[in-house]
Design a binder for this molecule. Structure first.
Ligand code: FES
Ligand SMILES: [Fe+2]
Length: 358
């Protein structure tokens, strides 16, 4: 298993950015135990609806706040009070900022040190996302939000939970620059292809004939930070948007989710439209899984032996490095990449791809 240091990405083992940590549909009344970035967290929804994410282990004796399904206060629905949570072991209560504010059997003030880190979380397009920053800073960009998620003529999929992959996310990011795998792996060799780098955004535009569909496929894909990929796709009369969200669990292990939105002709989707959306989501997922089999059986590409038509790999890796370095050096780290617009193969047919860029 290769780690961040093996890829020479920067000072931090885990990158800065917005990351999916849960499917909003799986968060019920009980707190969810989560593990990402080599740490344990407890996620819950307070009674006001506020999302709260705290470090998991209680300051008192280290119990996991979301680690019990059968403690009495959990079973009786007494663990969440307002926007606070009680530890299932001795009932210490932590507010949404992670400060202990009530200790059963003790009237005095709670120790100031009884404080757990709390993290910024947002519910975006059915995904619960956290801001992760090794330096503890405020977000310097927003997570992506598609207007189509709320439009009635787009069918939203449910998230596919693809579990954990024992690969470093660098190997997933490399896909953005990888024009030459589109034929052998996916059966749609590109006729045009380009990447563009702008601050925390990394774009790919490409298109070519897709064998399985007997039709021309065009995609417009972008990362918002290091873990959130969206891709607008057009093939024949199908217009869809694919989501690939991935979050480091440990250094060298990543958790992956997938989703797909489909535009339908009816102003309000019918049951048939929903069935078609699900079928297309499964087809898009099958194409993504073609990458999975490659990734999970390959050895890490710590260095890529790239030929001249593959220079974008290096640029993409350089873009990715900004998130693994302190913010005051991030600009220098990817300066040679920022603002670059790099076609390989033919230039994109802009008049055709404008529709996708919306
Ligand atoms: S370990 Fe949490 S209250 Fe004792
Ligand atoms: Fe791929």
């Amino acid at each position: 298993m290769a780690r961040t240091k093996d890829y020479n990405l920067g000072d931090f083992d885990f990158p800065r950015g917005w990351f999916m940590i849960a499917d909003a549909a799986e968060l019920g009344e009980r707190p969810l135990p989560l593990r990402f970035f080599g740490k344990d967290f407890a996620l819950f929804r307070g009674q006001s609806g506020r999302l709260v994410l705290l470090d998991a282990h209680c300051s008192h004796m280290g119990a996991h706040l979301a680690g019990s399904a059968d403690a009495s206060i959990v079973v009786h629905g007494e663990q969440i009070e307002g926007d606070s949570i009680r530890c299932p072991y001795h009932g210490w209560r932590y507010n949404h900022e992670g400060q202990a504010d009530d200790i059963p059997g003790f009237d005095g003030p709670c120790p100031k040190a009884a404080k757990l880190a709390s993290y910024r979380v947002r519910d975006v397009m059915g995904a619960i996302m956290m801001w992760h920053d090794p330096e503890g800073g405020e977000p310097d960009f927003d997570p992506p939000a598609l207007a189509e998620w709320d439009l009635p003529n787009w069918v939203n999929g449910d998230y596919d939970h693809l579990g954990r992959l024992e690969i470093h996310p660098q190997e997933i990011l490399d896909n953005m620059a990888d024009s030459n795998h589109l034929g052998p792996t996916h059966g749609s060799p590109c006729e045009y292809f380009e990447n563009e780098f702008k601050g925390h955004l990394y774009y790919q535009r490409q298109g070519g004939f897709r064998r399985e569909y007997d039709a021309y496929l065009m995609t417009y894909t972008w990362y918002t930070g290091p873990g959130l990929l969206l891709s607008r796709q057009a093939i024949g009369d199908i217009r869809s948007i694919e989501f690939i969200f991935h979050t480091p669990v440990e250094d060298g292990v990543v958790q992956v989710w997938h989703n797909n939105l489909l535009m339908v002709a009816n102003p309000v989707p019918t049951a048939e439209d929903r069935g078609r959306a699900k079928a297309i989501q499964n087809e898009v997922l099958a194409a993504f899984r073609q990458d999975f089999a490659i990734w999970t059986s390959k050895v890490p590409a710590l260095r890529i032996m790239s030929v001249p038509t593959e220079r974008n790999f290096k640029l993409g890796r350089n873009w990715y490095r900004q998130f693994y370095n302190p913010r005051d050096r991030a600009g220098d780290v990817h300066r040679s990449t920022d603002g670059r617009h790099v076609p390989i193969h033919k230039l994109p047919p802009y008049e055709m791809s404008l529709e996708l860029e919306g």
